[in-house]
Write a protein that binds this ligand. Sequence first.
Ligand SMILES: *Cc1c(COP(=O)(O)O)cnc(C)c1O
Length: 360
Amino acid sequence: MRRVHNFSAGPAILPEPVLAQAQAEMLDWEGAGVSVMEMSHRGREFGQIITEAEADLRTLLAIPSGYKVLFLQGGATLQFSMVPLNLMARGGPPDYVITGEWSAKAAREAARFGVRHIAAATPPDNHTCVPAQSDWQLHDDAAYVHYCSNETVHGVEYHWIPETGNVPLVADMSSHLLAAPLDVSRFGLIYAGAQKNIGPAGLVIVIMRDELLGGAGPGCPELLDYQIHAQAHSMRNTPATWSIYIAGLVFKWLLAQGGLGAMDALNDKKAALLYGAIDRSSLYRNPVAVADRSRMNVPFILRKEGLDELFLSGAEERGLTQLRGHRSVGGMRASIYNAMPMAGVQALVDYLGEFESRHG
Ligand SMILES: *Cc1c(COP(=O)(O)O)cnc(C)c1O
């Protein structure tokens, strides 16, 4: 067996102890005589799995009472539709802030449901910073404000929480939820697809303030109505049982690591190591404003033409995989989520130096 250092943006690396536990429990989950994939979502065993997953997530993020946790499907992309479908009627046109591909897609989808305002945006060919909040044009009567707190493609991250007064703040946190402690009380609604920093694909987690439930219009399909999911405890229909189980194991692993404070410190160290190597080199370059750099997704380019394929094949040979940048921006991207150990980042940094000394 060979395990590589997997820098994929998503579906992405999972903690090895979680995979080992899933393997050990694959044929017989805690004496049930079946795998989690084979058990009824309405049975006692799965009831325990989803209840513990929610409780552990609440502990990790210190989610205040008055917030629902939903385990849904359709990815973060379906949230681009569910958010306007459920929240748009609360007020005037919602405000969207665009800082990269994902927030642009969310804004595009919202336009299908009616008018929305673009409160601030970085240029489509230059998503390399976060616009200061003083430059946002927010509307006091907006139904909500939507932004993407970590742009997975461009490696741009907000290291601050926008202030929106009484207007609910909605965040797509798909690629960095659980990377650090978070003040959930500042948000009306948070969503995150699991396959980046949480667990397997097929699951999206929604954390939302109770008072935002019940805002879907009469034409809203029931599976797109947060209220119906909340009333049914995420079991209106069959949930993504396996993905919820694995995410639950990841939550327990995070707690055993010391929780999100410990992850935060480790993520700082990993990012500092990698950005330090990029910034010191004359071959590699990260285009993002230093204050807005993502600690999870680290894009970089090679300043010399024609070396990309050589770089990638050399990396593959050393077991450093999935480093090709997103097709829309090119270059390289290393995603270093919670599950990426320091040793993986160090192996990449060693390779960066080695490659530069030969080809730089
Ligand atoms: C990956 C990603 C999405 C889309 O997720 P799907 O699960 O493919 O729908 C949306 N937003 C962000 C920030 C992402 O990283």
